[in-house]
Design a protein around this ligand. Sequence first.
Ligand code: UD1
Length: 367
Amino acid sequence: MSDAGPIILVVGARPNFMKIAPIHFALKQCGESQVLLHTGQHYDENMSKVFFDDLGLPEPDIYLGVGSSSHSIQTAEIMVEFEKICQELQPRLVVVVGDVNSTLACTLVASKMQITTAHVEAGLRSGDMRMPEEVNRKVTDALSDILFTTSEMANNNLISEGRKEEDIFFVGNVMIDSLKNNLSRVEESKIFGKLKVERGSYGVLTLHRPSNVDESEVFKGIISSLEKICEHVKIVFPMHPRTKKRAIEFGLIKQLEENPRMIVTEPLGYLDFIALTSNSALVLTDSGGLQEETTALGIPCITIRENTERPITVKIGTNKLVGCDPEKIFSAAIESLNSGNMDHKIPEKWDGKTAQRIAEVLSSRGV
Ligand code: UD1
């Protein structure tokens, strides 16, 4: 491989950490010089550090410490700081993952400095430009030199947007690498005793999309359906900081915390969370990654969104898209609870070897 500067691996927000970890380990095994850079988009211990500990990642080599702000300020601040780092280190490659503001900001900088950029999880499209992540995905994919995808559908999206086939590599899903690498460790988790839940007897809920929690009527409607679902199955609800802020603002926090069938917790670490989801009866979510993890685990997933950038989880996996209509959420959840684990397939190349394939492609391209 090249003697030029290091490879910079970029992380910023919670869903980035489990995607970068297997890539970090695969490159380390190849003896590549790499720098782990954290933008600081997420900064609370339970949104960031705990993931480094759980995943065995070293502390970031560089921490930009940008924190929370409006989209423009956050993106701009990351760009200003990341440009200085690129000037200093002259990296030969920048690797970005996913679709958060840190992904977009670092891609913009690298592209303008003509540094080769690889985007892991390229080509996902929800078709919904109201989602900030869709804007991030489209711009990141338009600017990245090397595009690593999780499905053939993503390859097709990229080709239809004019990207060349020779720059697209269907390698599989790095998030599933992390899941497979760590599933055998979930016995270490003390979460069942801590929350006083029996394996298989509860549902897991995550909710944080601005479209679901930032508007009082929508958020209240979703909560009303969850309260009905709770009568049938206990729900564990690790609450995202954005969601907690809104629950307080809309006067919902007390009724959630005082519901004996709803177990509201702080955000959980990686091992506790996969211990919980892999042993749950049902997952309700508006997250992206969780739609994929439940498909890999064979756990029924109700997605509280109108669309998904991960249609393969609906087509062959365990995912049902139900939107935010309270009646639809309730009836889909009851149907899933009654029918149990679904007949499903694991998507091609979601086999735990994706990071290895990424390292091979990078090596064959001489970066
Ligand atoms: C971000 C990503 C989203 C991803 C999600 C996972 C973008 C545009 N959005 O959304 O795609 O699914 O992360 O969690 O990049 N906060 C804390 N502590 C933290 C981080 C955030 O309290 O460590 C609070 C802040 O008040 C902040 C709010 O949460 O304003 C939202 O954080 P932000 O990073 O802006 O967006 P997320 O909703 O987390």
